[in-house]
Design a protein around this ligand. Sequence first.
Ligand code: REY
Length: 406
Amino acid sequence: MAAGTVCTRALLGSMVLGLLAGPAHAAGGHPGPSARAALPAPDTAGLSRLLRIALAQGAPGAMARIDERNLVHGTVHKATEGVADRGTGRVTDTADRFRIGSVTKTFTAVVLLQLAAEGKVLLDSPVDAYLPGLLRDDRITVRHLLSHRSGLYDYTNDMFASTVPGFEAVRSKVFTYRQLVDRALAHAPTHAPGGVYAYSNTNFVVAGMLVEKLTGRPVRTAYEQRVIKPLGLTDTFYVHPGTKIPGPHARGYLTPDEPGAPLVDATEQTVSWAQSAGALVSSARDLNTFLSALLGGRLLPAAQLAEMERWVPAGTGQAYGLGLRRRDLSCGTSVYGHTGAVQGFYTYAFTTKDGRRSLTALANTSNNGDVHATMLRTLESVFCGKQAARRTTFATEAREDAELPR
Ligand code: REY
């Protein structure tokens, strides 16, 4: 096991950048110092305990990185347990890269909202205005996609009905967006457009198509030019349809549906089944930087960030904005971010309203509901500290980010 907290010297560089970038943390419309002062210290012992529980429940490794940014300095806390690679026995390292699954959706939403700020797309316009005929229903708007209210069926439901065979059938496939949308349209809609929240990967596949249509470039270029380069996210990559994770990385181990069956190394895959809904690679440091910048007002103008934070109910203690999830913790604090599940990797990336305390946690397994429930509890340790409810039962609706065995 390993855990450690370091205090970094004055974050002058990033503060100056933040101020240059405009409406930042200092005086913006976000909670000020009093809201921050109320945040208790993270319970780092409790955090490490949870990572050890995740290992006992079947994860080969688990890690968490907390970044906290104050006015004059920052602190970083790192905790690791277990191994990144079962073959070599290399221990988990918080610097490792990994597949972030649906945290990709937040990146995709940021790109589309930047395009909205530039007047290139209207959130309340029908998708049909930009991609004529694609969805066969001109009532579905761009906002419906980003808030999971389109009613479009999630094609991954039947794709992964059987976990390991479903994965092996697609791990080296390269899909066009249209092929994925066609799989969804082979099913009746789950509800009328604009109705209730119903999580569906299809929405963010269509969002990726929109980005490509509006920019005339691959979605990868939009991620790179609009988010990755401006924030200096040197661990973040969109390698689709490449199958390898570049540089030092955790290997991912998929849990089969059959109890007791050995874990399946799922590290190399195209993730073409997810693309703009879930194919990015990143690291804990980069995800903390990304969410802190987003909530701190440094990625979107205030109007578009406000659109992102217009919440619809998404299960007990949860709400969904535009590509952004809000989780309401037992201590009354709400945190903002996303979870991700691709074969072999469970990711949890959340930050406070002002973006000043961020957590990214990872377990290098998936399709394991016990590990998922434990990893969700890391949010309580990190943002509620010792005030966390001793035993929190997080509501996990059936398709909440699709992390649970189905
Ligand atoms: C797909 C199945 C999960 C994962 C999914 N992920 O939709 C998106 C997300 C990108 O929300 C797989 N589960 C697992 C099964 C269940 O196959 N039968 O847990 O690795 O991140």
